[in-house]
Unconditional design. Structure first.
Length: 339
């Protein structure tokens, strides 16, 4: 119970999930995850199990079962097809209705966590467990970096998939995260490809020299790249796009090359790859491609270390920007010799 309550403190500090409706149910579920994870991590303090609250009652009987939520009247499947789901549509949260069933609908998140931890088959979906500790890492990272105060179960699923990919770039964890959500009735996206650039993408080119850069292409949610399909597409000064295959270095690492161009010219470019079942994926969207210009050098036209107040104000729709202490920001432009 203590670890459960500490879970609420973690949520308050991270996503600050509002305590009502689906965000409230997710809030409660995360705390149950924390409580259970503590038991499994410290078996000397208590016998690890999926019961919740048994040590806070004289009977020793839990009031929630994460593995079998139906035991105590909680749903193990999302939505009204589950007889225990508290219908939140049109619900006005109050203490009288438990803020629209936050302690009830938490059963869906709890069942997801058990499946991700231990594996199993639920509603015809098979999940391969990754262990309690790793499942808790994913849930915490999602809470800290991907959820916000109004996150519902579908948004929570996307956040945990992203968190899993952060922690396990192979995609094995995110596949099981997705399977577990599908098993409890929360639909997730299908297989896809993820693009990453270990050394960033080029924005300035040395005139008349080829520019090569590396691209990482990995599968997400079971996605698989079609061999030989990875390409770079580039347009020179607004001309029609040309395409070249990427050079494969390892199973997931490729090298792209932009041919040398004269000073002052620029490329618009993007990367693509085909997934075996979901079709072609692009990075970035071809409508907003990367841009690289050929120039001899660049000059700094303004630099600010943000250590003094220069009296700047924000107007219109411009967002405010926070900068870490000691950071420096510069505005740079390519220096192209006059023709």
């Amino acid at each position: 119970m203590i670890a459960h309550e500490w879970g609420h403190a973690v949520t308050d500090y991270c996503s600050d999930l509002v305590y009502q409706l689906e965000p409230g149910a997710l809030n409660e579920s995360f705390s149950d995850m924390m409580g259970a994870a503590f038991e499994w991590a410290h078996p000397d303090y208590d016998t690890p199990d999926w019961g919740m609250g048994e040590n806070g009652r004289t009977t020793g009987i839990p009031f929630r079962d994460m593995e079998y939520p139906h035991t105590y009247g909680d749903p193990d499947y999302y939505g009204t097809s589950d007889p225990y789901w508290y219908d939140v549509v049109g619900c006005s949260p109050s203490w009288m209705n438990d803020y629209c069933g936050v302690h009830t609908n938490s059963g869906v998140g709890n069942k997801w966590f058990v499946l991700l931890s231990d594996g199993g088959v639920h509603h015809g979906v098979t999940v391969t467990g990754i262990g309690v500790a790793d499942a808790m890492q994913i849930a915490y990272r999602a809470n800290a970096y991907y959820w916000n105060s109004n996150t519902d179960y579908h948004q929570a699923a996307l956040g945990t998939i992203s968190a899993a990919d952060d922690l396990d770039p192979t995609g094995a964890w995110s596949m099981q995260v997705s399977n577990a959500w599908n098993a409890v009735g929360v639909s997730t996206p299908g297989p896809s490809l993820v693009f990453d650039y270990p050394d960033d993408v080029p924005t300035m080119l040395i005139p008349e020299q080829d520019k090569s850069f590396d691209v990482m292409i990995t599968g997400s949610l079971g996605g698989t790249l079609v061999p030989g399909s990875a390409q770079i597409h580039y347009s020179l000064d607004g001309a029609p796009y040309s395409s070249d295959p990427l050079t494969q270095l390892t199973s997931t690492r490729f090298r792209a090359t932009l041919p040398g161009i004269i000073c002052g010219s620029q490329y618009e470019y993007y990367i693509s790859g085909e997934e075996t079942s979901a079709g072609v994926f692009y990075d970035p969207d071809p409508s907003v491609p990367h841009i690289a210009i050929a120039a001899d050098s660049q000059i700094i036209i303004f630099e600010d270390d943000f250590e003094t107040d220069k009296g700047w104000t924000v107007s219109g729709d411009w967002p405010t920007v926070r900068v870490e202490p000691g950071a420096t920001s510069s505005i740079r432009v390519p220096l192209v010799p006059a023709k």
